[in-house]
Design a protein around this ligand. Structure first.
Ligand SMILES: *Cc1c(COP(=O)(O)O)cnc(C)c1O
Length: 354
């Protein structure tokens, strides 16, 4: 309300800097650069590291297209790795095996609720002199051995899309401890406007600014972040308890030895017993009044990249199975206990009958 009453709605307003500093502090970083969305944050992070044509960036094939898309748009090449079956996250043994003299960075994506072991990633990066971008878009408040996601590597990226733990409608942020990278991110977000002469540009950037109104929402959302995280975890644990005895499906692990699941979403992967795939389960549950969503589709199977001639003979069996046989249950912050009970009842009766 204060934002609207003052009339400061543009990106020049004071809530942008406030949201940047409060969110950066929340994750344990020195600097935050607020952006129009998480996809923009990935593009800006890659630009800030000077990743360009001839460079390779290693990332999981199982992720949102924003990650590989940002690498391609920079002119660099996304080198893919499969998932680890137990956490659904990128397989770090494969990361090591895919490093070449062209490799410039590892783009880590923490997926669905369990984080990647960033100590191990840091160790790999140190040994091979690589940069690290941490995509923590699904991990607001998640911790690895007690240290917040978003505090690892050279730059970390967040999204504030409505299905994330906190939202600004659309929005994103890059956080970093490096003043030089922070400055480059801020410039890339703002078309590389720079002194001494406005409208004279040394580099190409984007208009990816966040508005004061979005940032004001972000400041207010941040006040409530612990509630949001608690509620997500409660929803996740309820699903876990309710569904853990269905042996024909795979559900997320509650924890690893360095982290507890934050349950950004609660996924189910169909076991080998079922001859149908996730799209059938999704449509059957829809008929029973339960809205679900399919898992990500693998980068190496994206028609857009195949048409460009990439990844034609590459296979990543764990990720391919997840993309075909995985879907996730309702877990929005507005989900009521009786609705979740209904969902569990329907899911159980569907699997019992299948
Ligand atoms: C949501 C998400 C993004 C993209 O964020 P947008 O704000 O929707 O552009 C990027 N990476 C991951 C892992 C995400 O979950």
């Amino acid at each position: 309300m204060k934002c609207i009453e003052t009339g400061w709605i543009s990106s020049e307003g004071p809530f942008v800097a406030q949201f940047e500093s409060e969110f950066a502090k929340y994750v344990g970083r020195e600097y935050g650069i607020a952006l129009s969305n998480g996809t923009a944050a990935l593009e800006v992070a890659i630009k800030a590291l000077d990743i360009k044509q001839g460079d390779e960036v290693i990332l999981p094939t199982f992720s949102i297209i924003s990650c590989a898309g940002a690498v391609f748009k920079s002119g660099a090449y996304p080198v893919l790795v499969d998932c680890e079956p137990s956490t659904w996250n990128m397989n770090l043994d494969e990361v090591e095996a895919k490093i070449t003299p062209q490799t410039k960075a590892i783009l880590v994506v923490h997926t669905y609720g369990l984080p990647v072991d960033m100590e191990r990633v840091q160790n790999i990066a140190d040994r091979h002199n690589l940069r690290i971008i941490e995509d923590a878009a699904e991990m607001h408040g998640q911790e690895i051995r007690g240290r917040r996601c978003g505090s690892f590597g050279d730059l970390s990226v967040f999204s504030f899309y409505p299905n994330k733990h906190i939202t600004t409608g659309e929005g994103g942020m890059v956080v970093t401890n490096c003043p030089k990278l922070a400055r480059r991110c801020a410039q890339a977000r703002d078309l590389f406007f720079a002194p001494p002469r406005r409208f004279v540009h040394e580099e190409l950037g984007w208009n990816y600014r966040m508005t004061n109104m979005q940032a004001a929402i972000g400041v207010a959302q941040l006040e409530n972040i612990e509630n949001a995280i608690r509620k997500k975890r409660k929803i996740g644990l309820y699903y876990h308890e309710s569904l853990k005895d269905i042996s024909s499906i795979e559900i997320p692990r509650q924890r690893t030895d360095f982290s507890d699941n934050i349950y950004w979403v609660f996924g189910i992967i169909l076991g080998g017993k079922y001859s149908f795939d996730a799209s059938f389960a999704i449509s059957e549950l829809e008929k029973r009044g339960v809205g679900t969503r399919p898992f990500f589709w693998c980068v190496h199977e994206q028609p857009v990249f195949r048409k460009m001639g990439f990844y034609k003979n590459e296979h990543y069996p764990v990720a391919e199975n997840m993309a075909r046989r995985g879907f996730y249950l309702p877990s929005g912050l507005g989900l009521k206990p009786e609705e979740q009970e209904y969902v569990c009842g329907q899911v159980k009766s569907f699997f019992r009958a299948s």
